[in-house]
Design a protein around this ligand. Structure first.
Ligand SMILES: C[S@@+](CC[C@H](N)C(=O)[O-])C[C@H]1O[C@@H](n2cnc3c(N)ncnc32)[C@H](O)[C@@H]1O
Length: 293
């Protein structure tokens, strides 16, 4: 894959890696997650896979934001841990929560089972993920909608917390998403944000959000914790996800799978380890509406 890609310094890494224009990203992302969902639907994994993220493992000598422990044999243990680290000290009980880029609903089912939120809403670009979420979740507090992070179909000041896990790296117009988060949050509400981005993309997020109605309460580099989770699980996941696709694999598919799972020794794993990307948890608090947004 060669050739220049449109976009300035805020261009997402997905664009660079796939060498596609911003206009194509959403279609590719939708296709990719549709393929994953179709594969899962044909396997016994379908009832169990609730997450599409890289996960988090606690490491000796590195501070965590969640003090509990999870059972060693728990499926999705690292992904659940990532959710709990993201939430950290935030008060969830009685709150209205929006998870943007909710995937197969694991974040909201974790919050529903471990806390007492009032309302949980998940949005994802991929209609199959949303269908899966609806079919697997009967909690009346939880709702799922197909939609775009850059154009949220909710009224102003509708939520107390917006969560966003490993999704924003695929948004071609990230500032539109940040503006939407400001709009749908109530003043005092929290934006709990975690992703794998280039350091300059995190700089941009801090700058843009603190200039536009947010205070930054917490900013933690969890790259080592996430790579520890990749080291332990990526190979197994790659084998499982590739099992049904081998014959039709193409360059785009392979790039997406490597991007998605990053096994140790892959170019993407190495580039994260070398510091070209960071996995961070940022918690912002909305301090004001931004009329100019
Ligand atoms: C790596 S998965 C993470 C899913 C989920 N947050 C989790 O932790 O399991 C990224 C998700 O972001 C979603 N996504 C990508 N672009 C999006 C957009 N513009 N609007 C909404 N969701 C989007 C994808 O469909 C996918 O479900």
């Amino acid at each position: 894959m060669t050739g220049p890609v449109e976009g300035g310094p805020d261009r997402s890494d997905l664009l660079t890696r796939l060498d596609i224009g911003a206009g194509e990203v959403k279609a590719r992302v939708r296709e990719f997650y549709s393929a994953l969902n179709s594969y899962l639907a044909k396997t016994a994994l379908d009832d169990y896979v609730q997450f599409f993220n890289w996960g988090y493992q606690p490491l000796p000598g590195r501070p965590d934001d969640w003090a509990g422990t999870l059972p060693a044999a728990m499926i999705d243990r690292d992904a659940v841990r990532l959710v709990l680290e993201l939430i950290g000290p935030l008060a969830v009980d009685g709150r209205d929560i929006l998870d943007v880029g909710c995937g197969r609903g694991g974040t909201l089912s974790t919050l529903a089972s471990r806390f007492a939120p009032r309302k949980l809403v998940g949005v994802d670009l991929n209609p199959q993920s949303i269908a899966h979420c609806r079919g697997s979740q009967s909690d009346p507090r939880v709702q799922f909608f197909q939609g775009d992070a850059e154009d949220l179909a909710f009224g102003d000041a509708s939520f107390d917390i917006v969560t966003n896990i490993e999704s924003s790296n695929a948004y071609p117009a990230i500032d539109r998403f940040y503006r939407e988060v400001n709009r749908v949050l109530r003043v005092g509400g929290a934006f709990a944000y975690t992703d794998l981005l280039r350091p300059d993309q995190f700089d941009h997020a801090r700058r843009f959000l603190t200039a536009n109605g947010f205070a930054l309460d917490s900013d933690r580099d969890i790259t080592a914790n996430v790579l520890a989770a990749r080291r332990q699980s990526a190979d197994t996941q790659l084998r499982a996800f590739n099992a049904a696709d081998g014959a039709q694999a193409d360059a785009t598919h392979d790039a997406l799978m490597a991007y998605f799972l990053a096994p140790e020794g892959s170019a993407f794993f190495d580039s994260v380890q070398e510091g070209r990307f960071e996995y961070r948890i940022l918690r912002f608090r909305k301090t004001s509406d931004c009329s100019e947004l």
